[in-house]
Every structure is written in structure tokens, then in C-alpha cells.
Design a protein around this ligand. Structure first.
Ligand code: SF4
Length: 243
């Protein structure tokens, strides 16, 4: 499809199209075209990919790197990540030639004040995600007017109906993988010979922070191991609007 031509007819010259207009234009676009369109609209200085360097992250990073490996990548280093995830980040930087990966940490003063014993994940996981993920991401996204993430509709739950483009406060949020199937992810890994996350071989199908991630059995959804035994299913970065 010619997304650029569609956008050009939607708004006056120089004006950014709205999320709804972009979503309509990119509804059936390939992930690569969604990323290329985002880049064309806002420019590299204003665009960031947010990646957890989790079990499926390499697929989105590969598609992004094929468009432009210098697009900034924001990685939230919560202080509770597996060593394997940190090593995988470095492996993918090397493999894909990523040129601007920014590892963002929570503020020391916030951790000292709100989680001095490092047990907030147990007593109040929403508060823990807020200080270790949501607030750091909001800070990291301040320079950007649009961001890209790797959520898929096939993941179900709150993700089952995500659009390709949506508003996130003052920013545009692009979900280039919204439409794709799990097999498409597998195909990208295979065709690009992408290394798996080191913990996949140990039975982790979705990997987040150490205390809140467990293995999944064959009959479970991939995200069943996240916050197991709790009603929580999302960390909050996709529901809280960045200022
Ligand atoms: Fe804290 Fe767990 Fe959220 Fe990580 S996933 S920030 S450890 S509650």
C-alpha cells in the first residue's frame, strides 16, 4: 500500500496526521512499512523503539534495523532483570548493528525512598512497576514525539484489540506487530538466523523481571508465567500516558 500517499491526502502540508488517520492508512501495512512511515513522519531524532530484549524482541529489532539501525532503542533496566537478558541485549546490539541502545535505570533516590529493602515487587507490584518501569520510561520518552513497541494481538488479554497506531498522551504510539501471527515471529527469527533469548531453552516463553517471571508449561499461554498467581498482567507502561 502507499501509506504516504494516503497520509498526504488527509492533512494540510506540514501537519502531523492523527493517530486515527495513521491507523486507518496503516491498518494492513507490513511491519517494515509501519516503522518506515513512523520514521518518515517524525524523523529519527523524534522516534524511539522501546524493547525489553525479551524472548520475541529480536524480531521487531531486526525489522527496525533493516529500516534504520540508528533509531534510538530504549531499554528499561529495572534492577531486577536476569543476567541473561542483559547479555542478550549486548548480543543483539552486536548481531543487528544497533547503534543507539539506551539502557534506562530507575533513579537511585526513588529506589532508596520507595523500595529500600527491594521487596516492593512482593508487597505492591504495581508500585514497583511504577518506579522501575513507568516513571523511567516517561523520562526516557521526553525527547520523542513517537514510539514503537512490539505488542501483538495474538498475545490476548488487553492486547487483543490494539490498533496499529494509537495516541499516547502527546505522542504517537506505533504497534507494527499488532497484526502478525506467532508464526511470523518464528519466520523472522529463522530467516535472519536470530539467536533465541538464553532462557527460552530453560522453559521461559516470556521474560521480564526475575521475581515476577516463571516458566510456562506446554499448555499455557506464553505470558502465563508473568506475575503468576496475581491478577496483574501488564506492567503499566502501556496504560499510563507519558507526560
Ligand atoms: Fe517490580 Fe516485578 Fe514490575 Fe519488575 S515486573 S518492576 S520486579 S513488580
Amino acid at each position: 500500500m502507499n501509506a504516504h500517499a494516503s497520509r498526504a491526502s488527509l492533512r494540510p502540508a506540514g501537519a502531523l496526521p492523527t493517530a486515527a488517520e495513521l491507523d486507518h492508512a496503516l491498518r494492513d501495512a507490513a511491519p517494515r512499512d509501519v516503522i518506515a512511515t513512523a520514521l518518515k513522519i517524525v524523523g529519527r531524532e523524534q522516534l524511539a523503539v522501546v524493547s525489553s530484549f525479551g524472548t520475541e524482541s529480536a524480531a521487531l529489532l531486526k525489522v527496525m534495523a533493516d529500516v534504520d539501525p540508528a533509531i534510538p532503542v530504549v531499554f528499561l533496566d529495572t534492577g531486577w532483570l536476569f543476567e541473561e537478558t542483559l547479555a542478550y541485549r549486548d548480543t543483539l546490539i552486536e548481531k543487528l548493528g544497533l547503534r543507539d541502545v539506551r539502557s534506562i535505570k530507575p533513579l537511585d533516590e526513588t529506589l532508596s525512598r520507595e523500595d529500600p529493602e527491594r521487596d516492593l515487587w512482593f508487597s505492591d507490584p504495581d508500585a514497583c512497576c511504577r518506579i522501575r518501569k513507568v516513571e523511567p520510561l516517561a523520562r526516557a520518552l521526553k525527547p520523542f514525539s513517537a514510539w514503537i513497541n512490539g505488542r501483538k494481538r495474538f498475545q490476548g488479554g488487553a492486547r487483543a484489540a490494539i490498533p496499529v497506531v494509537e495516541e499516547d498522551g502527546e505522542r504517537l504510539k506505533f504497534n507494527p506487530f499488532a497484526n502478525i501471527a506467532r508464526d511470523d515471529i518464528v519466520a523472522i527469527f529463522k530467516s535472519a538466523n536470530l539467536p533465541p533469548h538464553p532462557l527460552v531453552a530453560s522453559g521461559y516463553l516470556s521474560v521480564g523481571c526475575m521475581p515476577c517471571t516463571s516458566r510456562t508449561s506446554a499448555d499455557e499461554d506464553a505470558r502465563a508465567g508473568r506475575w503468576r498467581g496475581r491478577p496483574k498482567t501488564e506492567c503499566g507502561i502501556h496504560s499510563v500516558k507519558a507526560p
